[in-house]
Design a protein around this ligand. Structure first.
Ligand code: MV4
Length: 445
């Protein structure tokens, strides 16, 4: 097992990883930018190293600074958390070259999943259901028109280097193909330095349902059931829950087996997520594979009673997974992301000092947060300040518990998304489980 892990991240996920390391008897190194010198991960880690100024490109994204911190502290592994360098092919490779275990995917797996057309080709070959579309990249405008005529409108153009909603255009009719083709290519080239574009049938009003998976270096893979992440706004998830209110035992089995196929196809080592779109007929299609721990891993932990960070560390250290699949049994978990944003002003970021802080507690309530009374939220990073997670026996009970916990939560000094979540927990369609990825477009707030 590792003796010392450096956490190449900040905020709640850095703290989350430190906590599991402590429980496993592993020493920890926090790295921090000058904006985070008073943060909890810096205080709770065994050692802390400043890696640069607030701007991420010179601190949390600086490979040389992070590797130097690992070398001077003698860390034998690096946990990248989510975001930042967690899915960076070069970082994974540089760690390898320095004899430091990267607790995440291999460089070639990151590259293979990061290029979306390549990822899709891999999944088609493995027998994972994919959305009908172009065979690989679209060559030119004529090819785009010809392909769209075959798969029929509406279609969607996607940048192969994109993902998470960046570099996409929906096309409803042939007259609009030319403009969409030109603008998607330009945007992709500017944003990713890669203008490769592929085309798919556009699935209207899908649900976003993802399967948690784990794989080990001995070729074993298992799934840990689903998370429904359909409640999102501009590709930012706001609420996640498991089980999905749209799920059936039959669909879970099919999606779970498809996710295992996906993991085995790339010899996946570690924990990961296979994202699917699910249409109204409960047909499901591979969308992306995330080779990292995700923000919403917590709800899976609560319903299957299992520490996913510990599993990640054990797999990276060469241990075997149990090989069995995990299902929620009489458990329902919901996570609300508490962001320092003003939901009454188009979710505008609201950084600043938290003057008063009181967090909820009690049976079935979990808070993953790095904030405290008197903490100043820096303006340099994303605005998520806390994750409020509840677990109960049924969805109805989980919603009641979430309402109670939201009412107890006091955060003063900055605007937060708490009032949004309170309103959502009373929404008739949400209560019925009747929502798709379009939900937030019409949600009145
Ligand atoms: C789609 C789609 C409909 N049809 N692909 C958005 C993020 C990226 N991972 C892919 N995305 C989508 N791809 C086809 N063929 C709709 C979306 C999409 C979406 C997906 C999941 C969650 C929220 C979304 C919001 C808008 C669009």
């Amino acid at each position: 097992m590792f003796k010392k892990i450096l956490i190449a991240n900040r905020g709640e996920i850095a703290l989350r990883v430190i906590r599991t390391c402590k429980e496993m008897g592993i020493k920890t190194v926090a790295v921090y930018s000058t904006a985070d010198k008073d943060s909890l991960p810096v205080r709770f880690a065994d050692e802390a190293v400043c890696i640069g100024p607030p701007v991420s490109s010179k601190s949390y994204l600086s490979i040389p600074n992070i590797i130097a911190a690992a070398e001077i502290t003698n860390a034998d592994a690096i946990h990248p958390g989510y975001g930042f360098l967690s899915e960076n092919e070069k970082f994974s490779k540089v760690c390898q070259e320095h004899g430091i275990k990267f607790i995440g995917a291999l460089p070639e797996q990151i590259a293979g999943m990061g290029d979306k057309a390549t990822a899709k080709a891999t999944m088609i070959k493995a027998g994972v259901p994919c959305i009908p579309g172009s065979k690989g990249l679209i060559k030119d405008l004529a090819d785009a028109k010809k392909t769209a005529a075959v798969i029929k409108y509406p279609v969607i153009l996607k940048a192969t280097a994109g993902g998470g909603g960046k570099g996409m255009r929906i096309v409803w009719k042939e007259e609009d193909v030319e403009a969409a083709w030109d603008s998607t290519r330009q945007e992709a080239l500017a944003a990713f330095g890669n203008d490769g574009i592929y085309m798919e049938k556009y699935i209207e009003e899908p649900r976003h349902i993802e399967i948690q998976i784990a794989g080990d270096q001995y070729g074993n893979a298992c799934h840990m059931s689903e998370r429904d992440c359909s409640i999102q706004r501009r590709h930012q998830k706001l609420v996640e829950e498991t089980p999905s209110p749209f799920m059936t035992d039959e669909l879970r089995e099919k999606m779970g087996q498809a996710a295992i196929k996906a993991a085995k196809a790339v010899k996946y080592e570690g924990v990961g997520t296979v994202e699917f779109l699910v249409d109204k007929n409960r047909d499901f299609y591979f969308m992306e594979m995330n080779t990292r721990i995700q923000v919403e891993h917590t709800i899976t932990e609560e319903v299957i009673n299992f520490d996913l960070i510990k599993e990640q560390i054990k797999i990276a250290a060469g241990e075997k997974i149990s090989g069995k699949n995990y299902y929620p049994v009489m458990r329902h978990a919901i996570q609300c992301r508490i962001n320092a944003e003003d939901p009454y002003a188009d979710f505008r970021p609201s950084p600043g000092k938290i003057t008063e802080y009181h967090c909820p507690g009690g049976h079935g309530v979990r808070i993953d947060a790095h904030v405290y009374s008197g903490y100043t939220i820096p303006p340099n990073y994303d605005s998520m300040i806390s994750k409020l997670i509840v677990v109960a026996q049924t969805r109805e009970e989980a919603i009641l518990k979430m309402k109670r916990a939201l009412d107890e939560y006091i955060i003063e000094g900055v605007k937060t998304t708490i009032p949004f979540h309170q309103k959502l927990m009373n929404n008739e369609d949400f209560l019925k489980g009747n929502f798709t990825t379009k939900f937030m477009e019409t949600f009145e707030f």
